[in-house]
Design a protein around this ligand. Sequence first.
Ligand SMILES: [Ca+2]
Length: 164
Amino acid sequence: MSISDSSNWQCWVSDVTGETSGQLGEVPIVVVAEPTTVTPTFTATIEVPVYHPPVITSVSFREEWSSSGKLIVLQDIAFYDEDGDAYGIDYEIISDPTNGTVADGVISASSQEQKSGTIVTGSWYCIGGLYDVTMQVTLLDYAGYQSNTVVYTMTCHDYYPIIR
Ligand SMILES: [Ca+2]
């Protein structure tokens, strides 16, 4: 058999069956599409995880009084971490006339809280009298990043009544 004008395109007779004793007048022909070679256009992209340092947005202060009548300056450190992987608070004393010491802190806020922004609170226990303490705070995360460092000064003082 022939296919007219077969010069411009190709086809393949995939399978022809018949019985030798019968007529082969009408033989079903299955035309299959010309095989095409698909050139892959896939480009490999390596996803490198991108981590972000924690960001301290503000430090604000509150005052409390201990049972012994000494001032406690609470430092509300507002921050966020896009990865939610911040874990540590590094406090450093820059100046303190009473030569106090400070312990580093741990961030207990959940990953989700860190992503949306949250607060960690430090406590500074004044020993009485009037003096300034200057500290700095930096946050650490599990990716090894450090936040911006914020320097701040707290004023220790004895109790005084609110001036109205
Ligand atoms: Ca981070």
